[in-house]
Design a protein around this ligand. Sequence first.
Ligand SMILES: Nc1ncnc2c1ncn2[C@@H]1O[C@H](COP(=O)(O)OP(=O)(O)O)[C@@H](O)[C@H]1O
Ligand code: SF4
Ligand SMILES: [Mg+2]
Length: 330
Amino acid sequence: MSTALLRVQDLTVVFGARQALRGINFELACGETLGLVGESGSGKSTLARAILGLVRPARGRVEFLQQNLLACTSMQMREVRRDLQIVFQDPLSSLNPRMLVGNAIAEPLIIFEPALDALARRQRVGAMLERVGLAAAMADRYPHELSGGQCQRIGIARAMIMNPKLLICDEPVSALDVSIQGQIVNLLLDLQRDAGMAMLFISHNLAIVRHLSHRVLVIYGGRIVEVAPSVTLFDSPLHPYTQVLLAAIPAIFGSERAHTGDGRAPAGAAGVLPDAAGEADIGCAFRHRCRFAVAVCANSVPPLTQIAPGHWAACHRARDWQSNAGALSL
Ligand SMILES: Nc1ncnc2c1ncn2[C@@H]1O[C@H](COP(=O)(O)OP(=O)(O)O)[C@@H](O)[C@H]1O
Ligand code: SF4
Ligand SMILES: [Mg+2]
């Protein structure tokens, strides 16, 4: 029997004429932090929402704790949410402005531990606030009285109060000041080490993903284009798109790489994401931005292929880069 906590198979999401996800496959082990990177519009949030049952996929399967989530009733899904939580990008808008933050954090306790009395609940909330680096007295404040970083700590406290087995973080620091981002990332890292939950950490910022993740998925145009252990991905990326992302790493967390400041692709590599459903179904979706494209790239979609143990890439030329280390320099 597999030890995967989460298994996503052939997940495909369509919005009208646009395919946001195209046959996504991956597994996430208990306690593992999996980074998910890709530029804006590549399908990261759609993947998070589809796992949580907030978007209905056209095709595919999401298995969590050996349960097929797409077949769950809303009651069953509510039970699953005890173990499957999310931290959103915008901390303020993810909290109810009229609800004391202590009550927001306590909400999952009311649902999942109804026998708990008010005093015990308040103690659990106070302990959780302290665990995320805030004073227990913060429970009596409203969201608008708090800073962005404090609001995100509240969002994390609410997500963590039931000790979930999987925490999905969808760009949890992108809306925060750069000075606060590192603190929140380190808080998530501490919580992950203490609680041992798995994390799906979504970001367009590879520096942060490198800091946190055991393994990284790179997504482009709704497809996974590279998967590797974090160290391997950063030291020897195989997909030309991953190279573009690496060249754009902002110089935080001590990165020596050149950066453009916003974590996006550098000038010269800029291009549009594949849009029309047909284009990306005929050839490699990255071919118009790829300086290594050859004839086959225009007429055949490169399958995600294991090039080395645990290192997968969807590029017709991935074996060229692997057999000629250093040849792939953009
Ligand atoms: N509810 C929606 N309706 C229509 N299109 C959507 C919807 N949500 C996302 N999309 C489209 O799907 C694609 C992927 O979006 P998203 O998952 O938000 O990307 P990311 O989180 O990587 O920026 C984009 O082209 C986006 O415009
Ligand atoms: S398949 Fe071709 S176009 Fe696509 S990334 Fe590889 S070399 Fe570039
Ligand atoms: Mg998003």
